[in-house]
Design a binder for this molecule. Structure first.
Ligand code: 13P
Ligand code: SF4
Length: 301
């Protein structure tokens, strides 16, 4: 059945001149059918440069929206329109405008995990892979407001040694990783390095060896000399780690680290969406143009 689905998807991909992009947290079978799997930054770069006519985005809404911001002439499909990101929903464009009035001359750094309308009200975007670099690139004499993830913001603030105002958003999935999980795994695997995502709480990041984007975790594993790695992020990443570098044993820091929205995309939905050519991502042009400036400013860095 699954082979049949894969074949039908491959056939439609050729007919539509489509590219299938999948985030590192997607289900194994969805990652396997994709042309390209990566973190948010890698996927947005791919979306900006592909010559496909259709982008099938296997991820969550803001990721597909970022692809549309970058490639408005392409059809961007999100196989399940309910696949959102609760963190992205923690700030609206109106709330952002209200907050900006508190800090004259403010520069808004916006994590890509946000709506197109929030990006449109921001000066520059960042992902977990480049947040520190983005913050460092901002004029020293300008106040900075970081939205919506307080924890990525806190991490970037410390690494870049810059004061910032942090919007109190967070990722519910990464909140499930606690300091006790780090201690327990360290006790059980004393030789292993602990890698966590910068969306984790500061105490978890401090207790880990590295805080890395999902792409950063994949790269770290490639050159790792030890035998075991403790992985502190959404468990979907284990599939790619095991596939690309099976010599290392990967231990999830907790099995609770699951993003239900990422798991909404299934092979059946990918096929259905390519057949029906929906749900399509649409963004009002005025918002898209303003959001594009913030995304491009990040990509140029
Ligand atoms: P990455 O950009 O590191 O892939 O992270 C995206 C995300 O949603 C993390 O929760
Ligand atoms: Fe959003 Fe967290 Fe899911 Fe990433 S893991 S998509 S930040 S809810």
């Amino acid at each position: 059945m699954s082979e049949d689905l894969v074949e039908q998807i491959a056939k439609l991909r050729r007919e539509l001149n489509a590219i299938i992009l999948a985030h590192n947290y997607q289900r194994p079978e969805v990652q396997d059918v994709a042309d390209y799997t990566g973190d948010s930054l890698e996927l947005s770069r791919k979306a900006a440069t592909t010559d496909a006519d259709v982008i099938v985005f296997c991820g969550v809404h803001f990721m597909a929206e970022t692809a549309k911001i970058l490639s408005p002439e392409k059809t961007v499909l999100l196989p399940d329109e309910e696949a959102g990101c609760p963190m992205a929903d923690m700030i609206t464009a109106d709330q952002l405008e209200q907050e900006k009035t508190k800090y004259p001359g403010v520069q808004v750094v916006c994590y890509v995990n946000s709506s197109a309308a929030v990006k449109a009200g921001s000066d520059i975007c960042c992902t977990s892979a480049n947040a520190v670099q983005v913050v460092q690139a901002i004029d020293r004499d300008r106040p900075i407001l970081f939205v919506p993830d307080q924890y990525l913001g806190h991490y970037a603030m410390r690494r870049a040694d810059r004061e910032m105002q942090l919007w109190p958003g967070y990722c519910p999935t990464h909140m499930k990783i606690g300091i006790k999980d780090v201690f327990r795994k360290r006790e059980r695997y004393p030789e292993a390095k602990v890698l966590v995502h910068p969306e984790c709480r500061p105490d978890v990041i401090d207790a880990a060896d590295e805080a890395l984007s999902t792409g950063g975790i994949i790269r770290y594993a490639r050159s790792y000399q030890g035998s075991t790695l403790i992985i502190g992020t959404e468990t979907g990443i284990l599939h790619r780690l095991n596939k690309e570098n099976p010599a290392v044993e990967y231990v999830p820091i907790t099995k609770r680290g699951l993003c239900p929205n990422m798991k909404r995309i299934t092979l059946e939905k990918v096929l259905w969406s390519m057949t029906a050519m929906r749900p399509k991502i649409e963004i009002p042009e005025e918002i898209r143009r303003r959001a594009l400036k913030a995304v491009q400013r990040m990509l140029r860095l």
